[in-house]
Design a protein around this ligand. Structure first.
Ligand code: E4P
Length: 213
């Protein structure tokens, strides 16, 4: 499983990229709005920093609008992936993007049928939202394993991005259950690195080194 970072914050993206683990970036309108910057300018900055896929979401609700927006986004850099919501109009747009060789990430996936439809329309990635399912008392991780099994059984090449990741256990379980990618907030990335025994071990080694006779 590969790691994407789920943010539009350029400092967090640079910090994650410096670790050598970053395969891509996902953004969404809420994450961009938090930054208070021009969307296109920020995408230019991000695509200069990261060579992997950078998902940029359309906000139109009709296929025609999505296609127009998506073409403009895709023109920013070759590694832009157009993020499209899971709707009938979204599927129409994905079909067109696929014919134009523009990569797509179908977002707001909450069941396996949505994932299979998106894949068959030509999506490069599907993004099931684990955390938001957990929030309403449903098991987000079962959705990951179900999609992974269906894609495997039917030789679907669309990649599964485990999204709406809230904590380190989501990351481990997403990897175990067949997600190709986990897109994680920077805070979760920091949590993944940390273990109290690692910190204690470092302190003990330093203390012993400094106290040697
Ligand atoms: C994924 O592409 C989405 O941007 C994201 O994971 C949504 O997560 P949230 O439920 O924490 O907003």
């Amino acid at each position: 499983m590969k790691f994407f970072i789920d943010t539009a914050n350029i400092d967090d993206i640079r910090a994650a990229n410096s670790l050598g683990i970053l395969a891509g970036v996902t953004t969404n309108p809420s994450l961009v709005a938090k930054e208070g910057v021009s969307f296109h300018d920020r995408l230019r900055e991000i695509t200069k920093e990261v060579s992997g896929s950078v998902s940029a979401e359309v906000i139109s609700e009709d296929a025609e609008g999505m296609i127009e927006e998506g073409k403009e986004l895709a023109a920013i850099a070759p590694n832009i992936t157009v993020k499209v919501p899971m709707t009938l109009e979204g599927l129409k747009a994905v079909k067109v993007f696929s014919e134009l060789n523009i990569k797509t990430n179908v977002t707001l996936i909450f069941n396996a049928n949505q994932a299979l439809l998106a894949a068959r329309a030509g999506a490069t990635y599907v993004s099931p939202f684990l955390g938001r399912l957990d929030d309403i008392g449903q098991d987000g991780m079962t959705l990951i394993s179900t999609i992974a099994e269906i894609f495997d059984r039917h030789s679907v090449s669309t990649e599964i991005i485990a999204a709406s990741i809230r904590h380190p256990l989501h990351v481990t379980d997403a990897a175990l259950n067949g997600a190709h990618i986990a897109t994680i907030p920077y805070k979760v990335l920091e949590q993944l690195v940390k273990h109290p025994l690692t910190d204690q071990g470092i302190q003990k080694f330093l203390d012993d080194w400094n106290n040697q006779k």
